[in-house]
Design a protein around this ligand. Structure first.
Ligand code: NAP
Length: 285
């Protein structure tokens, strides 16, 4: 079997961001300047660098916004007051609460305080409830990015067997629900799942959202399957990020596969920005 086709999230994200720029230009012509504000832990270098990248891409698309740094001194009361202020500010269309906030703060309470119409990252309980209930609302950026990759490459989902490895609130669970909504038959696997390689071998679509470098091996994959690797892992002695899938062995078996980097990551950011533009657009309706 020839090596798998690459699901090129980087290239797709460029197309999506160019489309967004056109939408933003039209919104600006009508007097709406899309704005995405961010709350981020000041002492977390990884979060700061993610936010910097998100802000850079937002600016390139014409989306304005500010990053508010949450410090070790910020109280829960101050955090909630800031969220309340952003909820009330009609010039702010979207708010991203970058995980993790400093440990002394209650992140769940912060998420619950954020208005669902501004939750462009789609991770508050209200947004997740809407997903479960098949109601319109903002969808989580990473699983939404995954669905967009599948759609743009016209991967059939109806009736297909899918496995999502990982059940986190921001990734595994919503990814499984989105696949279910599109009529895939979905298995959710986690750290207590038995016979994981055998379950994987039954899947037409495999989504790895585990956080364990190269855990999914080529011989876990059904020949011709679609493999989506959401993992970003640091491995000592290796530069850059490593996925949850062992790329070289997997690509010999899979039909389609996302690389790391250049797969799910860029489409996550593109999906966040597209939610922010949708939020700005909603002002006009
Ligand atoms: P997480 O909250 O740590 O969840 C990991 C999940 O994997 C848990 O449900 C866990 O099961 C499961 N798991 C752990 N070890 C396992 C094993 N040996 N076998 C089967 N399942 C196992 O992680 P996350 O936030 O969902 O992130 C997952 C990965 O995606 C990470 O590499 C992260 O960096 C990456 N990520 C990427 C993006 C992006 O933009 N591309 C965004 C977010 C996250 P239990 O529930 O039983 O513990």
């Amino acid at each position: 079997m020839p090596a798998a086709e690459i699901l090129d999230g980087s290239a797709l994200s460029k197309i999506v961001r160019a489309e967004l720029k056109e939408r933003v230009d039209r919104l600006r012509d009508r007097g709406v300047i899309p704005r995405l504000d961010v709350l981020v832990a000041a002492q977390d270098p990884a979060s700061l660098s993610y936010v910097k990248m998100k802000r850079r891409w937002a600016e390139a698309a014409g989306i304005e916004g500010e990053a508010f740094e949450i410090t070790e001194q910020t109280t829960q009361h101050e955090l909630l007051a800031k969220i309340d202020e952003l909820n009330r500010d009609s010039d702010v269309h979207g708010v991203l609460i970058q995980h993790p906030l400093p440990k002394h703060l209650d992140e769940n309470e912060a998420l619950m305080a954020l208005g669902p119409d501004k939750d462009v990252d789609g991770i508050t309980p209200q947004s997740l409830g809407r997903l479960v209930a098949d109601l319109p609302g903002f969808r989580c950026a990473t699983p939404l990015g995954i669905m967009r990759i599948l759609d743009r490459y016209e991967i059939p989902l109806i009736g297909k067997r899918a496995i999502v490895i990982g059940r986190s609130v921001i990734l595994g669970k919503p990814a499984a629900l989105m696949l279910l909504q599109r009529h895939a038959t979905v298995t959710i696997a986690h750290s207590r799942t038995e016979n994981l390689p055998d379950l994987c071998r039954e899947a037409d679509i495999l989504v790895a959202a585990v956080g364990r470098a190269e855990m999914v091996k080529g011989d876990w994959i059904k020949p011709g399957a679609v493999v989506i690797d959401a993992g970003y892992n640091k491995v000592e002695g290796r530069s850059g990020d490593v996925g949850d899938v062992e790329f070289e062995s997997a690509r010999q078996v899979a039909g389609w596969i996302t690389p790391v980097p250049g797969g799910v990551g860029p489409m996550t950011v593109a999906s966040l920005l597209s939610n922010a533009v949708d939020a700005a657009q909603a002002v006009l309706s």
